[in-house]
Design a protein around this ligand. Structure first.
Ligand code: DX5
Ligand code: ZN
Length: 220
């Protein structure tokens, strides 16, 4: 099966101290750092872009798992590659026409391609991208409406995860939204191996404990 990756979402961190926040998450046992790149045309929020990733990269060697909540992901490929992003996950809803080109450019830029889908999007829509001769290497199943941290996990999304896992035994399947100690078992049982967690990690007095609890639940 696919290796477990615990990815704290830096959206819930203190943005004024991003370098030290990323550093402590790595010390606490995080595998990846999940970076939510949002632009108002796709979600009702605005966060960070390539300049912040570039500054962060000067302070860390960590895997920067970038989740692009933008309407024009292809425009971000080159800037993020130059900035030092590790993973580049774009949304299927905005890449129907050019996903082959996006994947190709992500790989040329030395990043790992992934595709994300919103709660109302059917899982079948990403199958061609996983089955392509130049495939995405990760599928991110949104378990809340994208836009904000701290929302409630949608258990009905686990059908998508189960379908994906049945079809693609070694694929990286990431879940994002509302994950924490009380919801991790549903995600793990369905077959997710990459776990994004924002408010449950940063809202805890003991983030290292939450990270290790998440990891154990997925490994079991
Ligand atoms: C939501 C983002 C998530 C978010 C998760 O649009 O994609 O990564 O930060 O936060 P929690 O874990 O608090 O739901
Ligand atoms: Zn995200």
């Amino acid at each position: 099966g696919a290796a477990v990756k615990i990815a704290p979402s830096m959206l819930s961190s203190d943005f004024a101290n991003l370098a030290s926040e990323t550093e402590r998450m790595i010390q606490f046992g995080a595998d990846w750092l999940h970076m939510d790149i949002m632009h108002r045309h796709f979600v009702p929020n605005l966060t960070i872009g390539a300049p912040v990733i570039e500054s962060l990269r000067k302070n860390t060697k960590a895997y920067l798992d970038c989740h692009l909540m933008v309407t024009n992901p292809i425009d971000y490929v080159e800037p993020l590659s130059k900035a030092g992003a590790s993973g580049f996950t774009f949304h299927v809803e905005v890449s129907k026409e050019n996903w082959k080109e996006i994947i190709q450019r992500i790989k040329l830029g030395g990043m790992r391609p992934g595709v994300a889908l919103k709660p109302q999007t059917a899982i079948e829509e990403v199958f061609p991208m996983v089955e392509s001769e130049n495939p995405v290497e990760l599928v991110l199943v949104m378990t809340v409406e994208p836009g904000f941290g701290g929302q409630k996990f949608m258990p009905e999304m686990m059908d998508k995860v189960r379908k994906l896992r049945r079809k693609f035994p070694s694929l990286d399947i990431e879940v994002d939204g509302g994950l924490g100690p009380s919801t991790i078992d549903m995600a793990a049982a369905a077959g997710a191996n990459c776990i994004v967690a924002g408010s449950s990690v940063f809202g805890s007095a003991d983030p290292a404990q939450v990270i290790s609890e998440l990891r154990k639940s997925v490994q079991e």
